[in-house]
Write a protein of this length. Sequence first.
Length: 581
Amino acid sequence: MARKRERARLAGLCITCCKCVPPSGRVTCGNCKIATLERKRRKRERDRATAEFQQIILAHERAGDKAHEHRLFDNAAQHYQEGLNVGAIAPDDVQRLAQKLRSVSLLTSDPAAVNIWLEHGLGSYLSDAQKAEQAVETLAQRSVHMWLASKGREALALCEEAVRIAERYGTSRLSQRAKLRLTNRLVVLGRFDTAARYIDTLGSIELTEDLALRMPYYWQKGFIAAMRGSPMEAHACFGKAVRCAKDGPSLYQIATVLWNYAIAAMALGDIERARAHCEEALLIVRRNHAGWLVPQICTVYAQILARMGRYTSAHDYLLEALASDAHAPILEEQFASVGIPIALQLKDEATLQKCNRPAAIDLAFQSGEPARVGPVAAAFARLYAKQNQKHKASTLLLHRALEIVTYVDESIDLPLAVAQYGARSDIPAARALLEARIRLPTANVAQACLLLFDALAAQRTQQGNQQQWATEAAEQFDRLQWYAYSDLARSLLPFPHPISAARTVTVHEQGFSSALPTLTDRERQIVELVLKGLTSRAVATELAISPRTVDSHMNTIMNRLGIRSRYQLADVLAEPPIPER
């Protein structure tokens, strides 16, 4: 082209089109000059538009950073997305904004809304050995979103791919991080033995100063210990995990470690510790407006309160969760598994309609996680039984759930639901789950549940010592402070019970302060209401239990206090008069 233009110049032709003769003293013709000016004008417009787009992108990025700084995660995600959607965005800007969007995505009200950007750049990372760390991090973040979307098996496959990349192209530290993410996926799928083997291959993580490694290491080790019935190891590991999480920058990690610690403590029979850690997690996510985590932890807390028999308070937290504008498949399962039993107990039709979400059944089974399958199946089985759809409860739900649930620590209601509503052919398999848990060191929850299971099964078959099993179950659940379950056990007992002759203390030998320590919290609640003059039916309405259960509690109270009538309560529990000086 240069030679062609030189020949055109020597021939007196336009050096641009090489055809026309330019005006005297010029080297380009008129048409080419106009075309050149037009090209320059269009370039200036493009440059101006690019500069304007860049300013818009930077403005959205700054606004997103400011919102992130002030814990306005939904606003931050929106600004990052709008910046990414600006036309003519440069590849470097896309990579930077996509990374910031991923960093806030797990704290928004709708984590799935950012899925379109989660895999951005993943293809280039996977094809470039120099970008192994970006590939592993992207796969790990994508796996968490898969878990939220009730796709546990797909999340596991992504973590396995991350381990392969890290081992082939990454450092030993990157390999450890990838294996810890894989271990977490194995834990939620209930594959504790495999997860423990991965933990054992990680080396001396306990000696490193890297919080990003130590926190998940202790967390998962503690959870496995809890599911194996080892409270000392579980509490020690979770204590270290909580300290690591609080020293780190991740709000998501702090909340999830505390929430999982609450679940582990409940499995170990320490419901007060579970309640305390769940309260702390809820306080953190509320204070920081942490999107979907607020309703998620609200429902976990509501479940703990419901197990303690505090249905009114549980109902309040459930309503708070339902009022949230957060969206995530995992919340559909939580609203159903926690909300349906509470609404049925309180006979709250409006709340029941909000929590009756049949889609949660498919989501739970799709996840493949025992901790999600068991509670959802048990809740809907109870609902279907109330609706006289017992075949739907036993065959389509409970039998199917037993094929997936491999441990009962997070699915304790499933075997009880099988005993109440399941097919009789499924009762041995459900009982075997409890028997397997009882063989582990700390099994007080499973032991109480097995007694209640046998009492419920005996009620259906009219075989076995139903009254003895129910009585022992009620006493054990009282010690655990699982009053909802002790109430259920007492509802199986006939009334009146024979008065125990073991107590020989006369009614006037003890005052209010000495008598109350012998009563459980639930029994104290009933005594206070009875002393106000409420009947058994009125007490039952107030505490959301059956009148028969109130009468059963009253019989136990009278046995403990050595009296034969509720009318003697006022005398027994009267404060001794203050002597005059």
